[in-house]
Design a protein around this ligand. Structure first.
Ligand SMILES: C[S@@+](CC[C@H](N)C(=O)[O-])C[C@H]1O[C@@H](n2cnc3c(N)ncnc32)[C@H](O)[C@@H]1O
Length: 268
């Protein structure tokens, strides 16, 4: 396990509360054309509005809340290993008829054939054993059920990748990139033994005109280094990230970052 797959590190680090996730989502919302993943999931499921839904790694619960507000009427349960991150969802759970439970996606606390739909939105890259999750999802899905997955591509965020490479070269500090582990490209081999599936890939872009939005986004990765950095090491990293980004901007007045990912619809 590494810092991106160790549940203890995730729960005390980047998913202790909703703050880093909110910053990342706000950053991604600036990319054009804007991709609203909850809306993409709604579109994929528009003919399944009465099905029972499980959202694994549900985070703040926004996906289930969005589906409920858009006419989905089945039972809806969200599970996550972090209680902190589920707090916004829990606050509206009774009003929206949602349930939230603390559980891990590789050991689902549900019987066989329980759900019509399972959603895994940007979370499979945190699983130490993705094949085990596939088996668990298959077990809890009813025959003919759907598994909706969203993931980043290996080509996601090239400017971010460039900067973390520079930081590795300069200081030897390594950010563990979750998109390098499980991504649009390699998830297909985990799905193939169990599901038929189709992939919708998107590629959006954002013009980098000042350093601050990128740096705010970059700061949410403080806890994702192979080893914990001291405060002074982290300050050096931030200074270097800002310096390198400014130098890229000086060389290219039309500098763009890219958000590349997919929505995968898998059928049992
Ligand atoms: C990038 S966030 C995505 C949250 C939400 N699905 C979304 O798209 O906004 C990843 C989520 O997966 C959760 N997670 C990580 N490992 C998990 C596990 N083993 N079982 C369930 N959830 C997990 C994290 O706590 C976090 O809420």
């Amino acid at each position: 396990m590494n810092v991106q797959t160790d549940p203890k590190k995730l729960v005390t680090g980047q998913y202790k509360d909703t703050k880093p996730l909110n910053i990342r989502q706000a950053y991604n919302d600036q990319f054009k054309p804007r991709i609203d993943l909850d809306e993409e999931i709604r579109k994929v499921l528009q003919n399944d509005k009465t099905g029972d839904i499980l959202d694994i790694g549900c985070g703040n619960g926004n996906t289930l809340i969005y589906l409920r507000k858009n006419g989905f009427s089945g039972k809806m349960i969200g599970i996550d290993i972090s209680d902190g991150i589920m707090q916004p969802g829990k606050k509206v759970a009774s009003e929206c008829h949602l349930e939230f439970q603390n559980a891990s996606a590789d050991n689902l606390p549900f019987g066989e054939n329980t759900f019509d739909i399972v959603i895994a939105r940007h979370m499979l890259y945190h699983m130490p054993d993705v094949a085990k999750v596939m088996q668990e999802v298959k077990r809890v899905l009813k025959p003919g059920g759907k598994f909706i997955i969203t993931l980043n591509s290996m080509d996601n965020k090239p400017i971010f990748n460039h900067i973390i490479q520079k930081i590795k070269e300069k200081f030897g500090f390594v950010i563990v990139r979750n998109a390098n582990v499980i991504n649009t490209e390699n998830i297909q081999r985990f799905l193939a033994p169990h599901f038929s599936f189709s992939v919708y890939e998107f590629r959006t872009s954002y013009p980098i005109e000042s350093t601050s939005p990128f740096i705010e986004y970059f700061k949410t990765y403080q806890t994702t280094f192979e080893r914990e950095l001291t405060e002074s090491e982290w300050r050096d990293v931030l200074t270097e990230a800002e310096r390198e980004l400014s130098s890229l901007m000086a060389k290219d007045s039309n500098l763009h970052e890219y958000n590349v990912g997919s929505v995968i619809t898998a059928n049992l």
